[in-house]
Ligand binder design. Structure first.
Ligand code: S3P
Length: 416
């Protein structure tokens, strides 16, 4: 019944999006080794093609020839918030008109967090929800303190800064994932990060990018499903190899350690701008914990999984300060609570999180509501009961993890 084996999960979604966008506006050729080819990153690749870049898919890499003009066009961002928010920032300084659309879920997600600060520096944008209409304009300097910990907002403002007339300063009271800041210098971006009075300050000078070579590590947000599965499914031991070990991304691994999980991190080594390692998690007795504050942005995408893991601990757990979950692909506080309740979990919704008490999982009919991370969390939950669990719309996991179900079966089958 346990999960055992070694696996390299698909490559990092956030890093792939950025490498494709930066390569498309850079002068020359960019080679991205081991990109993620899930639906969200395909939305970004297709967008960059429509804007005029050449994006070629080879066996294990994507080769991009950048363009210095962005052709006027309409872009379908699909389900991808990263595509829509980062592209809005990237495009506002180009000479053209652009319309960004999305699917039903993306059309309900707030874009004002990006459009409001961009308008402050002179951007001409219509709409605070998709469709977003952009008419390129001259951009001035900005000194902006992020009101929410969001790497997408931070990145959109920085990308607009590449074509602005003055400096871009972004102040970040709470650190969000930092792949943009790490990767821009590789493409020749002029960026500087300091800490001033406890606040992280990012300064970017305008200027063009040049092509680069990027190696994409395995995605910790995808590995997290197997870390969770290994921790809670009896008799499990799973090693995920080449995982990005960026501290802004592995909050969930630190959470598992705090809960008493058996975690070992081996062969830590640099890969381009990031560090990768092989991470092994084995089944252990877990205790409940309280999660909140600065720990939240570093595991925001893993909190649905935390709810499941917490249900298998020996004492209750609480998540607070996670109101951002309400504006993800679904309202992830609401959907996690309703679907886990259906599977027998004693879980209660709060305004900015949830409380979970130890509960056995039972079978039932649940819905992924078009949310990839909810689908994968429910597939892990299904391993904890012999009763049937029917997951409506399970295939949506392709958004970030093509073949998730097959990988899960492979790790499950090896011990039979
Ligand atoms: C992402 C940032 C996070 C995360 C999303 C990917 C990124 O969103 O939830 O899956 O690549 O920048 P926020 O910036 O809205 O927190």
């Amino acid at each position: 019944m346990g999960l055992t084996g070694r696996i390299r999960v698909p490559s990092d979604k956030s890093i792939t999006h950025r490498a494709v966008m930066f390569g498309a506006v850079a002068h020359g050729v960019t080679t991205i080794h081991d990109p993620l080819l899930g639906a969200d990153c395909r939305s970004t690749m297709e967008a960059m093609r429509r804007l005029g870049a050449t994006v070629e898919e080879r066996a294990d890499r994507v080769v991009i020839t950048g363009t210095d003009k962005m052709a006027s066009t309409t872009i379908d961002c699909g389900n991808s918030g990263t595509t829509m928010r980062l592209l809005t920032g990237l495009l506002v300084g180009y000479d053209g008109t652009y319309e960004l659309m999305g699917d039903e879920s993306l059309s309900k997600r707030p874009m004002g967090r990006v459009t409001v600060p961009l308008r402050e520096r002179g951007a001409n944008i219509e709409g605070d929800y998709a469709p977003i209409r952009i008419r390129g304009s001259e951009l001035g300097r900005i000194d902006y303190t992020l009101p929410v910990a969001s790497a997408q907002v931070k990145s959109a403002i920085l990308l607009a800064g590449l074509r602005a007339k003055g400096e871009t300063i972004v102040r970040e009271p709470m650190l969000s994932r930092d792949h943009t800041e790490r990767m821009l210098p590789l493409f020749g971006g002029r960026i500087d990060v300091t800490i001033e009075d406890g606040v992280r300050v990012i300064r970017l000078d305008p200027g063009g990018l040049k092509g680069a070579t990027v190696h994409v590590p395995a995605d910790p947000s995808s590995a997290a499903f197997f870390w969770a599965g290994a921790a809670i499914v009896p008799n499990s031991r799973v090693t995920t190899v080449d995982v990005c070990l960026n501290e802004t991304r592995i909050g969930f691994l630190r959470t598992l350690e705090r809960m008493g999980a058996s975690v070992s991190i081996e062969r830590a080594r640099p890969l381009g701008e990031e560090t990768v390692a092989d991470v092994t998690v084995s089944t252990s007795t877990l205790r409940g914990i309280e999660l909140g504050g600065e720990a939240i942005p570093h595991q925001i995408d893993e909190l649905p999984l935390f709810a499941l893991v917490a249900s298998q601990a020996t004492s209750p757990s609480t998540v607070r300060d996670a109101g951002e979950l309400r504006v993800k692909e679904t309202d992830r506080i609401r959907t996690v609570v309703t679907e886990l309740k259906t599977l027998g979990v004693d879980i209660e919704e709060t305004e900015d999180g949830f409380t979970v008490r130890p509960s056995p999982i039972r079978g039932g009919d649940v819905d992924a509501f078009g949310d990839h991370r909810l689908s994968m969390m429910l597939q892990i939950a299904a391993l904890l009961t012999d009763d049937p669990v029917h997951i409506h719309g399970m295939d949506v996991s392709d958004v970030s993890y093509p073949q998730f179900h097959q990988d899960l079966q492979r790790l499950g089958r090896e011990i039979e």
